[in-house]
Design a protein around this ligand. Structure first.
Ligand SMILES: [Zn+2]
Length: 316
């Protein structure tokens, strides 16, 4: 009798449906910002399990014959949901992807676009080839289950500087550098919308793991000269003015001057972390975390600059 009820219990367990993991729901809500131009605005936060890595802005342009996507987001699930969002707005096929740079929140949705050309600057492809797997595992650690099934997919074609005509839309591909050593901007001529990637941050503190501040500042001057009407920064709200450029420049200059000054005064890293941050930056999201990361990334080089150079020994 006992054996019989045990077998019945076992059979009941075996009859349960197989355990399935629900894909993380990013609840993407497209925002129309110009004729045929849509953005998916991410949260101005750090990567977390709660946001599934969605701290990034991605966008798409619906042309006459197809759709062009700018950045694919932080995971396979994001890429698939981005594609599903596009399909709700247009029956046209996605014909081209542009990746702005080699940071994981911008490129790990590539898997959702098998067969679609994925274009990036050569420096972006190089960086992803070298560091992509490390970036991927880091995001698994930070964003958790939302990353399930995500694998690195490298760009398939080279983005070349200049004008291109795709899906009946004229685009200008503008290379820059400074946030990384290969930052691609995409300018839609019809609406004068500029996708800057992470060359511009707005209302969220910028990140510097691969930054070169002098190059970044020079690129910001070049962006200032572009005749745009709408700007999609890599992180933060969409702009219709130059405020994002000004804010990014202001913070970079302060960071440079502050770290340079600290190195000249001989401060060590824990002391630099205690330095006061100006009031005007206090409203930026994730200020303290990103400041700490930037000190770790950038301060050693400023310290090196202040070291006395060793005179070459003369032959006796
Ligand atoms: Zn970035």
């Amino acid at each position: 009798m006992k054996r019989c009820s045990l077998s019945a219990a076992l059979l009941a367990v075996l009859a349960l449906p197989a355990f399935t993991v629900q894909a993380y729901d990013y609840q993407l809500k497209p925002q129309a910002i110009a004729d045929g131009v849509q953005v998916l605005v991410g949260r101005t936060e750090n990567f977390s399990r709660e946001n599934g890595g969605n701290i990034v802005n991605t966008g798409f342009i619906i042309g006459r014959d197809g759709v062009i996507v700018i950045d694919t987001g932080p995971s396979k699930a994001y890429g698939e949901q981005q594609r599903a969002t596009i399909a709700k707005l247009s029956k046209l096929p996605v014909v081209q992807i542009y990746l702005t740079h080699a940071h994981p929140d911008h490129v790990l949705g590539n898997q959702a676009y098998a067969g679609v050309p994925i274009a990036a600057l050569p420096g972006t492809t190089r960086a992803l080839t070298i560091n992509g797997d490390a970036l991927l595992s880091n995001l698994y650690r930070l964003a958790g289950d939302a990353m399930l099934g995500t694998e690195l997919r490298l760009p398939t074609v080279e983005a070349k500087s200049g004008e291109v005509s795709i899906a009946g839309r004229r685009l200008r591909l503008i290379p820059g550098l400074g946030h990384t050593d290969a930052d691609l901007m995409v300018f839609d001529e019809a609406t004068q919308t500029l996708f800057t990637g992470d060359l511009v941050f707005f209302q969220r503190t910028l990140t510097t793991p691969n930054a070169d501040i002098p190059h970044w500042l020079a690129t910001l001057d070049a962006i200032d000269a572009i005749d745009f009407k709408v700007m999609v920064p890599g992180h933060g709200p969409v702009l219709r003015d130059h405020a994002g450029i000004a804010q990014t420049r202001d913070y970079l200059k302060w960071l440079r001057d502050s770290l340079q000054g600290a190195a000249r005064r001989g401060l060590d890293m824990p002391e630099v972390l205690q330095l006061a941050i100006p009031e005007r930056f206090q409203r930026l999201a994730v200020l303290h975390t990103e400041y700490e990361r930037s000190v770790a990334h950038l301060y050693p080089a400023y310290e090196l600059e202040t070291l006395p150079t060793v005179p070459k020994s003369r032959p006796q």
